[in-house]
Design a protein around this ligand. Structure first.
Ligand SMILES: *Cc1c(COP(=O)(O)O)cnc(C)c1O
Ligand code: SF4
Length: 436
């Protein structure tokens, strides 16, 4: 069911002839004619790698395959190709071979937090399901370099069935994220089957698709695909644009079709050194996205996967970018900047600080212009309508047994006995008599 775009095909035309029409509308042609070797990159872009550099680049390909569609590679501006944002995302650089002290193969513990193969169950109410492990293009900054692109570990139909069974039997799951690889590497009919299976599970309220296709292979977003997807509402789609250069007439058509099919669209960008670590570039990107009905959802701090050190920026860079967006552009164009916590802690939002100080009767705030103002706290605030008995309250929806609030939010609940969260190996507690 999965369409493979790796390996060489004897019938493949030469890169030069592929250049004739890199924008061809046929996505299978694009996949079949993907550029997968350094020679093909050189020929396609009419560039040359240095011999020493080339040897290192060959080594990067052993770790993570090279594959890019003619369409996406045609977006490279070749005068200064090494600094071109599209080139940097698609073509390896020797720095990928660097493994730093804190790098990890699976920094987000996706394999550990996995009750059955293909599923990562991190948050109580939602799961990630990897239904594909190939992509139309392999992003050099991919966080799942450890598995993506490895055609020996394609998700098997029976594994997907086991994963669906897990979702069927885990009643707390109300949100399923279909991910990969790229789920749109599956055929329309296979995808239709999986979406139908999810539609039939009563407790699954929403399904999301994470796909890079609108950015790297917009031809995949056919009218037929959109018609099929529109029958599986509520279905959300998150795509992955990192730079305004990828918003082209072709990708606009893809986004229009998806939005017209009734899918709410979001975008997840990764903050990448040399690609988009600039407030002006990010502002242009988010404004172009909203103009195409895509809501910027997350801006990810580049994680600690092995071989990504060349792409990492300091966290301050992301905060600077958000500072340059809040107030300066439409509120719904501002993504949430997050650090996906190592060891599976999930996404932690990071924001510029806007609370300057706080007294019992007022908060001192600053706005985007630097104006400092006060907000007077209410003097007679009384939660008198609330008897603090969430268990009997009919306003709060399902009883707390189903929607228990954990973590810091739990500390704020009156009907929760926990008043502190203490790490298991807390030394001070270890010294106490009763716990020794
Ligand atoms: C990102 C992610 C989710 C979804 O998180 P949201 O904040 O709801 O978008 C779910 N599971 C895993 C493992 C994730 O990485
Ligand atoms: S599309 Fe996503 S999964 Fe595929 S290589 Fe890019 S970042 Fe990785």
């Amino acid at each position: 069911m999965q369409i493979s775009n790796t390996g060489t095909d004897a019938t493949k035309p030469s890169p030069a002839s592929r250049k004739i029409d890199p924008l061809t509308d046929d996505w299978l042609w694009q996949l079949k004619n993907s550029i997968t070797t350094l020679e093909e990159v050189e020929e396609f872009l009419d560039i040359r790698f240095e011999p020493a550099e080339r040897m290192l680049l060959e080594q990067t390909l052993e770790k993570f395959p090279l594959s890019v569609t003619p369409y996406y590679l045609s977006l490279v501006e070749t005068e200064d190709f090494r600094n071109d944002p599209v080139f940097m995302q698609a073509v390896p650089c020797a720095d990928e071979l660097i493994v730093q002290e804190h790098d990890m193969a699976d920094p987000l513990a996706e394999d550990t937090d996995s009750p059955v193969p293909l599923i990562t169950h991190r948050y109580p109410d939602r799961v990630l399901l990897r239904i594909s492990n190939t992509c139309s293009m392999y992003c050099r900054h991919c966080t799942r370099k450890r598995t993506v692109g490895d055609t020996d570990s394609l998700p098997m139909p029976d594994e997907i069935e086991v994963a669906l069974d897990y979702i069927r039997s885990t009643k707390g799951v109300r949100d399923v994220l279909l991910s990969g690889g790229d789920p749109l590497m599956l055929s329309d009919s296979r995808l239709d089957q999986i979406l139908t299976a999810l539609d039939e599970i009563d407790h699954v309220e929403v399904v999301r698709l994470g796909t890079r296709m609108p950015a790297v292979l917009p031809q995949r977003i056919t009218e037929e695909l959109c018609t099929m997807l529109s029958t599986h509402q509520p279905l959300w789609l998150n795509t992955h644009f990192n730079h305004p250069n990828a918003i082209t007439p072709e990708s606009k058509t893809a986004l229009r079709r998806l939005a017209d099919a009734g899918l709410p669209l979001g975008n997840q960008s990764v903050l990448l050194a040399g690609v988009n670590d600039c407030p002006r570039i990010m502002r242009r990107l988010v404004e172009r996205l909203v103009a195409n009905r895509v809501r910027p959802y997350y801006l990810y701090q580049c994680d600690l996967s092995e071989g990504l050190s060349n792409f990492r920026t300091p966290v301050s860079k992301g905060i600077e970018i958000i500072e340059n967006l809040i107030g300066h552009t439409s509120g719904f164009a501002v993504p949430r900047y997050v650090i996906d916590a190592p060891h599976g802690g999930g996404k932690i939002p990071v924001m510029p600080n806007c609370i300057v100080s706080w007294a019992p009767d007022r908060v001192v705030l600053r706005n985007y212009e630097g104006v400092i103002c006060t907000y007077q706290e209410p003097v007679d605030y009384d939660r008198s309508q609330c008897d603090h008995e969430c268990t009997t309250c009919d306003l709060t929806g399902p009883p707390p047994s189903k929607r228990t609030i954990h973590g810091v939010a739990g500390l704020m609940r009156d009907n929760n006995d926990t008043d502190a969260l203490v790490p298991e190996d807390n030394e001070r507690h270890g010294r106490r008599d009763d716990e020794a």
